[in-house]
Ligand binder design. Structure first.
Ligand SMILES: NC(=O)c1ccc[n+]([C@@H]2O[C@H](COP(=O)([O-])OP(=O)(O)OC[C@H]3O[C@@H](n4cnc5c(N)ncnc54)[C@H](O)[C@@H]3O)[C@@H](O)[C@H]2O)c1
Length: 309
């Protein structure tokens, strides 16, 4: 598959005046994305993280790497996607302080974790990777829309970090009966694939409805980050590969290119899935099925109804 390179230094335009929120921002791809944004002068970057101490440490690291006398404004935001109450609180805090939102990067994720339920009783990978993010985006839609309305050149974006492992989902793409269970009968990567299929489908659906915002989902590549450490329920060969294969994986600097590209490039087509940088990726049949996308969106809306404000 052909790829293109991406130079964050020259291809990220000035972000002056813009506000950006990145989930899972304290390490891995999220932290790298924030570092690159911070070099282009945005008004504010919000680093959403489960652990505020880790977020503050990551902000210090980024400031140290950037140096200079005027440090970029990076604000920590407490967010645990495992709890829809926490998502609601994070959205409230953001909305009470921020004036606009130009880029929402739904990046946080877990892979192949042991069967479990989120605090609200959803299959944990689905709840974390898809449902928590969907609630965050839905609660922040009004500010995304008001930003788009105020500044038509803003090209307001929602970038969803999915994975080519979406293709590991069960045959049905999303097994709705499994979503409120730990889904022990499914393999760990199947559950991961299901959550990432849902995130691609939901992005496509949102792009159809909210045309004032650009929506894109991406696969970053196979990147050496902390993701593999949590893959405790992956099969032995996958766990071995995640460990010994690390030197062959992409660096986090390069791994962040695709999501950065998707968040700023005028070439992005709304609803698209990109893999690798800037190339429209081929999704599984199920992840291209707009009837299933509508079903995922309806299910998601119904589940999130009680958390909307
Ligand atoms: N690294 C890869 O090869 C690869 C490949 C395909 C897709 N991805 C996707 O890229 C994204 C970023 O992953 P990464 O590789 O940087 O891994 P990482 O483990 O380094 O980072 C994941 C981030 O998500 C956060 N997170 C996990 N659970 C959370 C929760 N309940 N609430 C809030 N935050 C939570 C973690 O704290 C961390 O900051 C993920 O969505 C992952 O699925 C990664």
């Amino acid at each position: 598959m052909c790829s293109r390179s991406f130079s964050p230094a020259t291809e990220i335009p000035s972000l002056q005046g813009k506000v950006i929120l990145v989930t899972g921002g304290n390490n891995g791809l999220g932290k790298q994305a924030i570092l690159e944004y911070a070099r282009h002068g945005p008004a504010e970057i919000w680093m959403a993280s489960r652990n505020l101490d880790k977020a503050n440490q990551a902000i210090q690291d980024i400031h140290a790497q950037i140096g200079g006398s005027v440090l970029p404004v990076i604000k920590p935001l407490q967010l645990d996607l495992n709890s829809l109450d926490s998502v609601q609180q994070a959205a409230r805090k953001f909305l009470s302080e921020a004036q606009r939102l130009d880029i929402l990067m739904l990046n946080a994720g877990i892979m192949a974790s042991p069967p479990a339920l989120t605090k609200d009783g959803y299959e944990v990978q689905f709840g974390t990777n898809h449902l928590g993010h969907a609630l965050l985006a839905k609660l922040l839609l009004p500010i995304l829309k008001s930003t788009a309305a105020r500044d038509t050149s803003a090209s307001v974006r929602v970038v969803v970090v999915s994975s080519d492992a979406h293709a590991r989902a069960p045959k049905a793409g999303v097994v709705f009966d499994s979503l409120k269970t730990p889904a022990e009968g499914m393999g760990a990567m199947e559950r991961y694939g299901q959550s990432k299929t849902a995130s691609i489908l939901w992005t496509r659906h949102m792009a159809e409805i909210h045309r004032d915002i650009k929506w894109a989902s991406i696969h970053p590549g196979i990147v050496s980050t902390g993701l593999g450490a949590g893959a405790k329920d992956a099969s032995l060969p996958v766990r071995v590969l995640l460990k010994v294969g690390r030197p062959l994986m992409m660096t986090v600097e390069k791994g962040a290119w695709n999501q950065l590209w998707a968040s700023v490039s005028p070439e992005v087509k709304t609803g698209g899935y990109y893999e690798p940088v800037g190339v429209a990726g081929k999704t599984s049949e199920k992840a291209s099925d707009m009837m299933l996308a509508d079903k995922v969106a309806q299910w998601t809306d119904a589940e999130l109804q009680r958390f909307m404000f």
